[in-house]
Design a binder for this molecule. Structure first.
Ligand code: ZN
Length: 291
């Protein structure tokens, strides 16, 4: 698996996750060219899973070459020294994308992506929560949630501390806690062209179980650059019965003095919600203890 490639038309070195976003934002064609970033290497790469709306532990975007022989003998990407661990900083999650994130082309003043020296491995930068969920699943499988870290707004957090299951937690103590809240949920389309999610696991409040809900409006979705991917994922889950695992970067919200209390999540940026098929739970239960 190769994580980065050069996209010559955009003159850009990009991760497979970014290629995937650009494809689903209709900025990159499905048959775009990708080249190896290795020293002296011009091997053509394929971006696997580029057109797959769903992602899980087996399906995620990555680059690969057709044959190992395609790479130059000097290419360290293909012929990297075995055992030389790649030192990497924490992953970085940015709450907002740079304004030019979905630009059609790199600005002409930008430095050329290809340099003669092999670039040092860089920390991965993420804007879509889905990319971070993918990392969470991989760390949970690998059993290093307590040590793997992610940088969010200048704070370095472990994946174990950042991801929190809503199940049976006392919501009154948590309305100020912004975290990646997750749990199983049911999903349906709304009449106006949006979506409605209700968690099947509940927060605790006094003696009551409060199932948080989320509404995604058609209007917000239309304004979202990666809406084609979001709709494809959600519609596929609804067609399969609507059971899902939802992840949201948000604070639980509860009205101050409602007669019957309830909990909602508000998502002001659709990059901050991710909804997956139930198979991710099954895959995780086989590989690690459920937290
Ligand atoms: Zn190469």
């Amino acid at each position: 698996m190769i994580e980065e490639a050069i996209q010559p038309e955009r003159e850009e070195r990009l991760s497979a996750e970014r290629a995937y976003e650009l494809y689903w934002a209709d900025v990159l064609d499905g048959d775009a060219t990708f080249l190896c970033t290795g020293n002296g290497c011009t091997a053509r790469l394929i971006c696997a899973c580029l057109d797959k709306p769903e992602q899980n532990l087996r399906i995620r975007p990555y680059f690969r070459s057709r044959r190992l022989d395609d790479h130059a003998p000097t290419c360290e990407v293909a012929h990297g020294k075995a055992g030389a661990a790649r030192e990497k900083g924490p992953d970085v999650f940015d709450a907002e994308r740079p304004r030019d994130h979905f630009r059609e082309r790199a600005p002409s003043a930008a430095p050329r992506a290809r340099t003669s020296a092999p670039a040092a491995p860089r920390a991965s930068r993420y804007y879509r929560l889905s990319s971070l969920v993918q990392k969470f699943l991989e760390h949970r499988r690998d059993g290093d949630l307590d040590t793997a870290t992610v940088d969010m707004g200048g704070e370095t957090l472990t994946y174990a501390g950042l991801f929190r299951n809503v199940y049976r937690q006392k919501v009154a103590d948590l309305t100020g806690t912004r975290a990646i809240w997750w749990g199983t949920a049911s999903l349906r389309a709304t009449r106006e062209g949006g979506y409605y999610l209700r968690f099947s696991r509940a927060f605790r409040h006094d003696d009551a179980d409060l199932h948080p809900t989320v509404t995604l409006t058609a209007r917000d979705i239309e304004a979202y650059p990666v809406r084609r991917l979001l709709r494809a994922r959600l519609d596929k889950l609804i067609a399969e019965g609507g059971r899902c695992v939802a992840f949201l970067w948000a604070r639980p919200w509860m009205p101050k003095d409602a007669e019957s209390p309830f909990v909602r999540f508000y998502v002001d940026n659709l990059d901050h919600i991710d909804v997956r098929g139930m198979e991710i739970l099954e895959a995780l239960q086989q590989t690690s203890r459920v937290r």
